[in-house]
Design a protein around this ligand. Sequence first.
Ligand code: SAM
Length: 235
Amino acid sequence: MPGALKTGECVALSPEQANYLLNVLRLREGARVLTFNGRDGEFEASLAQISKKSVALQIEKHLRPQEYPWDIDYLFAPLKHARLDYVSQKAVEMGVRRICPVITRQTQVSRVNIERLRANAREAAEQCGVIWLAEIVEERPLARALADVPEDRVLVYCDEDAPNGRTVASLAAYAAPTAVSLLVGPEGGFDEAERALILRAPNVCRLSLGPRILRADTAAVAALALIQAYWGDWR
Ligand code: SAM
């Protein structure tokens, strides 16, 4: 829900939301739903049908205060449509706070459909029961994205050339960081100049994800699982 949410208020839904509740979920006047806007927490609400096509939500009860995920930025070279949908959904399920497409030399797509990323992130939030909306950052060139990583943030660089068998040890070298930026390369990998630039970044942690070359979306989920298990909200 874009607008502010407050108990007792009546909030009009967008035509898409009204269509989804009336025609997809086949809900009727008085039906109870849970709603959130990523700022005010979660509320219980009931459907108030205004007209054949327009619906409002009567906000009934505040259920839980706003929650935010642990501070993980997911920096990745955007993939083609279906796989971009997949990685944005998985990133939310894995508890990422910001989704940050990064343009590299071997990136498959030069323009990113930010609205599509946002819609996927919202859908994933609804499905996995979280009440925050991952922030979608406009695509940036790699050098800019690296320069924007604050020095006190650990940059976890998924590096297929990192020494194998040291995955846990490479994470153990950092005592419970408060914020992490995860970097996953394009299908074609980073070129030598890009690799050198990444390795010159302050606080870079080279992470091996084992002896096999993983596809970029698999690497993202594997690395996020390690980060959450080792430093994050799976502990
Ligand atoms: N560079 C490879 C190439 O030349 O074909 C493959 C790139 S891989 C498909 C895409 C990205 O996934 C890599 O840039 C890296 O960030 C990550 N990745 C894949 N396998 C990995 C591994 N075993 N360890 C660490 N990162 C890996």
